[in-house]
Each structure stands twice: as structure tokens, then as C-alpha cells.
Design a binder for this molecule. Structure first.
Ligand code: GLU
Length: 494
């Protein structure tokens, strides 16, 4: 067990380059749970130094996504705090100051190599099958001379002066002890010629200045740790504790989870962006519970956990080092489970906007009696539309008359069923027991089982095969509409 430094201050530090991916959401969630568990701070810092990849829509997607997931940050973007600004392009003067300092300390140098020269070096290396990278051409320039050239306006970048030999070993809470040989590490660029720092430099300076205690981020950053630790050493700073979260694999378990939304071979959408899950009607409770188990477990068997339980139980010690594969079926199962746990009132409230968006004019009051009929069947909130739309239609859309005819049944029998149903439903009380008794008796008189007898009635009333339980449906739709729809169905058969 590692002891946890106090106060715990962790950050989620996305770059606004694209849509908010569930991989990022998992990172944000783990940071959030860790902060809440330790009574610490969860910080949102925007790493926007790569202006060429900046996407103006990304911030909206990010903020809405974090809100939907209920991951409210204590400090950072839009919220403010004592260590701001929290957007890196608003901190450029800070990085300049530290850049001068690291040059002064002799751990970084100015490099005047033109892009043409770098390109020529790359080509030469490729031709001779040598490791690619900067050949350290400017590393040995006289510092005074370099300063003069820079002052005279010659464009330059600033590079890290990585040791030429030896190794570095560090401890990652999740991965264990890791060693890198310095020869494998490049003299990376810290400051670009336009005065904007690279990710590495800004990230280290900010984590230090913002007093970050633990870095929890995706596995893909682990190769950056030697350079980052070099910077901490160069400044004489204490580095945060490192925890690199396991990779998320695609559902086949082979290869990383896609960065784009593809379709499965059966045509089903495979969402990867937070807002798509939101639009499809995954509950915050379900998706956060699901994400929490993507690389972490409480005891290898408990699956359904409330946010409070996740906060209470979360620990870095139980994050697995190995990759975790995404599983859409499991998420659907979680979502169905959470939907069934909601009160009818709560579910109704959540369903109304989804239905309205799909063009179904449901209101809280009109939907409330219908919700219990569909609550058991839904895996996502958007699915409700198909289960309930016919309750809200003056006229059913034109469905195919073959739907009315169960397999192996004569059209004449179907006609008999619907005519009988018309007679019975004209007079029977619209109340479950009365409907049950009367319709079962009718089935018997036609020598039919209730199943085949009810199917044409259901299709006539709902316009589709799959629908909520029949009697409750009839009652809610009401005698007048039921009679009209039965009549229309009979006409369709002719
Ligand atoms: N800006 C980096 C990203 O987009 C953050 C990596 C880190 O947390 O250090 O993932």
C-alpha cells in the first residue's frame, strides 16, 4: 500500500481536439472518485496548446458530457480557483518564465535547426535504418552565442537536455516499477518557435504549480513519464504519484477501442462518444457504474454500485494493470437494471424529453399510467418511443396487414377473432379482470389458445407486434379508439 499524500489534488486535463470519448470519461471518473474518496479536490484543466488540433466544438461536448456524468469539478475551467487560469493558452507567460529558468539551469537549450534540416536528418536516418529523432545538432552550441542569435530574432525552439546515458526507474501505482534507458529518450521540444509550450512542458509546470498530488491518466502517456520526471528533476520539484490507467479495448478484445463511431456487422451503431450515450438514453447512474468497472473492481463480484458506494470503495490499489474490453451488452444490461430501479415518477420524468424529441407528444401526466407497462422492457430511454408511440397517435400509421395474421392461421380466423373482439369490447367493462375473462372465453369458443387470439387484437390496436401487456394497453387507449382501430384492421383484411 502506498500512503496517500494530503491534500489529495487530482486533475482531468483534456485537450479540446475532438468529441468527448468514453475513454476520457473513464479517466475523469477515476480522478473524480479518487478525489471524493479522499475528500480532495478534482480539477479540470484545459490543455489547448496544440492550436493546430483545436476544435471549437470540443469544449461544449466536454462540459455537457461531464455534467451528464455528474462529474462536477471543484476547481478549474469556468469554476475558477486559487491556481488559475486553468486554460493553458491563458498561461503562456508562466511557461515563458519557467522556460528561461530551465535554460538557465542548464537542462534545456535553444535549437535553431530549420524544418528543412530536420527533414533531411529524418531522411538520412530512414535511409540508414537508424532510430528516428533529433540528432542533437544544437545541443553543444555556446549558450552565450545562442542567446545572441535568439535576441537577434532568429527563430528557435527550446529542447530538453536529456542525459546521454544511464537509466531512470519510477514507480507507477498501477503498473509497478518501470525502467527506461535515457538513450531511448529524445531531446524533446519544450517550447515551440511561436512561444507556445508543448504538452509535456505545460503539463509538468501546471501539475507542479497546481499542487497535483496524483496523476491518473491513460496508459498511452506512460512513455512520456521519463521526460516529465527529467523536468521535475531539472526544476528540483517533487513529482506527483503516477497511476496510468489500463487501456480500453474494443469489444472483440483485439485492438484499442475505436476513436470513431462505427457500425457493427449487423448495422448496429457502436457509440464511443459521451453525448451519443446520452442521446441514446443511457442513465447517468448506469454509465458511471459501468465505466467504474472498466479496469477497476471492488471485490471481483459486486457490479451494481451507487455513486456513494463507488466513492466509498474506490482505490487505486484495485485498478487492474491489464487492458479492459468494452462490452455493449453489459452496459445495456446495467442500463435496464437501473431503469427498473427508478420510481415510476422518476422514469416518467426522464422519458418525456426523449419521447418529445422523437415527435411523440407525451406529457408527464399522460405518460405516468403508461410507464409501468414498459419499465420492465427497456434497455435505453430511446427504446421507449417504439413501445409507447401508438398511445399518443390519433391515427395509426399504415402497417402491413400481414402483421395481423399469426403464423399458420387462416385469414378467416383472424377476421373472426377481430369481429368477436369488436362485439366483446363494445360492452365489456374496461377493467383487467373483466377483459381477461371475456377475451379468454372468446378464445375458447373459437378453440384458440389466448396467445394466438390476442395477437391480432394487439396488432390492430397498436399497429405493431411487440407492445405492452394487452389489457392495460386497451384500458389506457380507451374504448372509442380501440373500436375504431379494430374496425380499421378488419377493413385491412378485406
Ligand atoms: N492533455 C492530455 C490529454 O489530452 C492529458 C494527459 C495527462 O493527463 O497528462 O489526454
Amino acid at each position: 500500500m502506498t500512503t496517500t499524500p494530503h491534500p489529495v489534488r487530482v486533475r482531468y486535463a483534456p485537450s479540446p481536439t475532438g468529441d468527448f470519448h468514453v475513454g476520457g470519461a473513464r479517466t475523469a471518473l477515476f480522478n473524480y472518485l479518487f478525489a471524493r474518496h479522499h475528500g480532495g479536490q478534482f480539477i479540470l484543466r484545459i490543455e489547448d496548446t496544440d492550436q493546430s488540433r483545436y476544435n471549437p466544438e470540443a469544449m461544449g461536448w466536454l462540459v455537457n458530457g461531464l455534467r451528464y456524468l455528474g462529474l462536477q469539478w471543484d476547481e478549474g475551467y469556468e469554476v475558477g480557483g486559487d491556481y488559475g487560469p486553468y486554460v493553458q493558452t491563458e498561461r503562456l507567460d508562466i511557461y515563458q518564465k519557467y522556460c528561461q529558468e530551465i535554460i538557465g539551469r542548464g537542462h534545456a537549450y535553444t535549437c535553431f535547426c530549420s524544418s528543412e534540416r530536420l527533414e533531411a536528418v529524418r531522411e538520412e536516418q530512414a535511409k540508414n535504418k537508424l532510430t528516428q529523432g533529433y540528432d542533437r545538432h544544437c545541443r553543444h552550441l555556446n549558450p552565450a552565442e545562442s542567446a545572441q542569435r535568439a535576441a537577434a530574432g532568429e527563430p528557435y525552439v527550446v529542447r530538453a537536455k536529456i542525459p546521454l546515458e544511464g537509466e531512470i526507474t519510477f514507480h507507477d501505482v498501477i503498473k509497478g516499477e518501470i525502467t527506461y534507458q535515457w538513450v531511448a529518450i529524445q531531446d524533446a521540444v519544450l517550447m515551440k518557435s511561436d512561444g507556445i509550450p508543448t504538452y509535456h512542458f505545460a503539463n509538468v509546470v501546471d501539475d507542479h504549480l497546481m499542487k497535483i498530488s496524483h496523476i491518473m491518466r491513460g496508459d498511452e502517456w506512460i512513455n512520456s513519464v521519463p521526460l516529465h520526471l527529467f523536468l521535475y528533476q531539472a526544476f528540483d520539484w517533487q513529482p506527483p504519484i503516477m497511476a496510468h490507467l489500463p487501456l480500453i479495448l474494443n469489444p472483440t478484445g483485439k485492438g484499442k477501442m475505436s476513436k470513431r463511431e462505427d457500425r457493427a456487422p449487423d448495422g448496429k451503431l457502436m457509440p464511443v462518444f459521451v453525448r451519443t450515450f446520452q442521446e441514446m438514453g443511457y442513465l447517468t447512474e448506469a454509465i458511471t457504474n459501468y465505466l467504474a468497472l472498466l479496469g477497476w473492481s471492488y471485490d471481483d463480484k459486486t457490479e451494481i454500485m451507487s455513486r456513494e458506494e463507488l466513492i466509498e470503495r474506490f482505490s487505486l490499489e484495485r485498478v487492474k494493470p491489464s487492458a479492459a474490453a468494452w462490452n455493449y451488452d453489459k452496459l445495456d444490461h446495467f442500463n435496464g437494471d437501473y431503469i427498473r430501479r427508478l420510481s415510476v415518477e422518476d422514469l416518467t420524468q426522464r422519458l418525456v424529453p426523449f419521447l418529445n424529441k422523437a415527435g411523440v407528444p407525451a406529457t408527464y401526466e399522460t405518460l405516468l399510467p403508461i410507464t409501468p407497462l414498459v419499465q420492465e422492457r427497456m434497455k435505453t430511454l430511446t427504446e421507449a418511443t417504439d413501445f409507447v408511440d401508438f398511445f399518443f397517435m390519433a391515427e395509426l400509421p399504415d402497417y402491413d396487414h400481414s402483421l395481423l395474421i399469426p403464423k399458420k392461421m387462416e385469414v378467416a380466423t383472424v377476421r373472426q377473432i377481430l369481429t368477436q373482439a369488436q362485439q366483446i369490447l363494445a360492452t365489456t367493462d374496461f377493467e383487467p379482470t373483466a377483459l381477461d375473462t371475456a377475451l379468454r372465453a372468446a378464445a375458447e369458443s373459437l378453440s384458440l389458445k389466448p396467445g394466438p387470439m390476442f395477437q391480432p387484437i394487439r396488432v390492430a390496436v397498436c399497429g405493431k407486434m411487440v407492445a405492452p401487456p394487452l389489457f392495460e394497453t386497451l384500458i389506457i387507449i380507451g374504448r372509442e379508439t380501440v373500436m375504431k382501430r379494430l374496425g380499421q384492421a378488419i377493413a385491412k383484411l378485406n
